[in-house]
Design a protein around this ligand. Structure first.
Ligand code: VGL
Ligand code: ZN
Length: 384
């Protein structure tokens, strides 16, 4: 589930405020435009007591911009700002607030500042935001607000560290830029931490494209879908797809060969199959499907099965995603060959001979599945 977090959209950070962020007011429109598209919206409030240790006024002889230590944590000194319950601490008057589910206050302890909405700069006290989002099923957190290189940066980095897929609406942020390059450095750091930068316009238009999705045709196993000018296929009878990379104890790959109707030819593939496609078995687990398919198609039981990764086989043709598993410790316990007359042929090909073997089969007019090439790479990466 998606959630939107509006960081410190408070009067003091807007032009005319005590700690004004240049052009900070420009992000309010983006915040208002995005809100209707999120099922959960939270706000953060910089919410300081008057004696807060981040205020230069509380350090006699010091000036705004000086660097000090607060309780062992480095601290830049700021003008007095966002004093709790003051006008400067209120949310921007033009911000739509009806849909904000909850506001999280930070910087409430005079002894430590808090740029992140999740925890203070000394990482001692947690605001409860992480649990709040997790309890509501949030997986993806979208961040915007003020200021890019302080509270937005710290909040986005923590969001990623807390395990959320984290997105930054770049046009929904403005920075202080007290030293030239601060904002660019913060953006690069967030990106390195896995935060994905996106423009609100791009995100909104990609959403719109999904909104006029319709079904053109429905078969027993597939649906032909349309979304805008795009057409693609969706499965109607499975909850997932698994591809299995099986290797024997003497390091041979187990491959299958079968006639594939859409191609009108035989195709070499790794064993694979649908998950949850048997009636009454819709809740089948991936790992169960791996063992079942491997047995049905090849007759091998595996001592060890491990997820290698997830990937999409044909992003323009289908919404399908596949989970790729490694299967090792193989023991042949049945004939294999597939269910319902699939006439699957099983091949054991030694690792060192695989490249040449595949090229030879290809030259004979046999197709090779892309998932075979992809599975090999994932398995190889795992063993290195
Ligand atoms: C912030 C400096 C001090 C912010 C808060 O919201 O980015 N910056 N307090
Ligand atoms: Zn502050």
């Amino acid at each position: 589930m998606n959630a939107l977090i509006l960081v410190d959209l408070q009067n003091d950070f807007l032009p005319g405020g005590a700690l004004a962020v240049p052009r900070g007011d420009e992000v309010i429109a983006a915040a208002n435009r995005l809100q209707p598209h999120f099922p959960l919206i939270v706000a953060t409030l910089d919410w300081h007591p008057p004696d807060h240790g981040s205020f230069a006024s509380n350090h006699p002889g010091r000036r705004v911009g000086d660097r000090v230590e607060l309780d062992g944590v480095p601290q830049v000194l700021w003008p007095d700002h966002c004093v709790r319950d003051s006008h400067g601490a209120r949310l921007a008057p033009s911000l739509h607030t009806l849909s904000i589910a909850r506001a999280f206050c930070k910087g409430v302890d005079p002894r430590v500042d808090s740029y992140s909405a999740f925890r203070d700069n000394g990482r001692r006290t947690d605001t409860g935001l992480g649990d709040y989002l997790r309890d509501r099923g949030v997986t993806d957190l979208f961040v915007l607000g003020l200021a890019t290189e302080y509270c937005v940066r710290a909040t986005a980095l923590d969001a990623a560290a807390y395990g959320f897929a984290t997105w930054l609406f770049e046009d929904g942020c403005r920075g202080v830029e007290s030293r030239p390059g601060d904002v660019a450095a913060a953006l690069a750091e967030m990106e390195r931490a896995g935060v994905r930068r996106i423009a609100s316009k791009t995100w909104l238009s990609e959403r719109d494209r999904g909104a006029d999705r319709s079904t053109l045709a429905s078969g027993r196993y597939l649906r032909l879908m349309r979304s805008g000018r795009w057409e693609y296929a969706e499965r109607s009878n499975a909850t997932g797809v698994v591809v299995i990379v099986p290797t024997t104890v003497d390091d041979a790959f187990v491959l299958i060969e079968q006639y594939r109707e859409p191609l009108g030819r035989r195709c070499i593939e790794f064993p694979a199959g649908l998950v949850g496609d048997a009636p009454g078995d819709e809740h089948e687990e991936l790992i169960t499907a791996v063992r079942r398919e491997l047995m049905e198609e090849t007759g091998f039981a595996a001592a060890d099965v491990k997820l290698l990764g997830e990937a999409v086989p044909s992003a323009g043709l289908t919404s399908e995603r596949v989970a790729v598993f490694r299967a090792t410790g193989l023991c042949r316990v049945a004939a294999g060959g597939g269910a319902d007359g699939e006439l699957i042929q099983v091949h054991l090909v030694a690792r060192g001979a695989l490249r040449e073997w595949l090229d030879r089969r290809r030259a004979e007019g046999i197709e090779i599945a892309m998932s075979l090439y992809g599975g090999l790479w994932l398995a190889e990466r795992e063993t290195r």
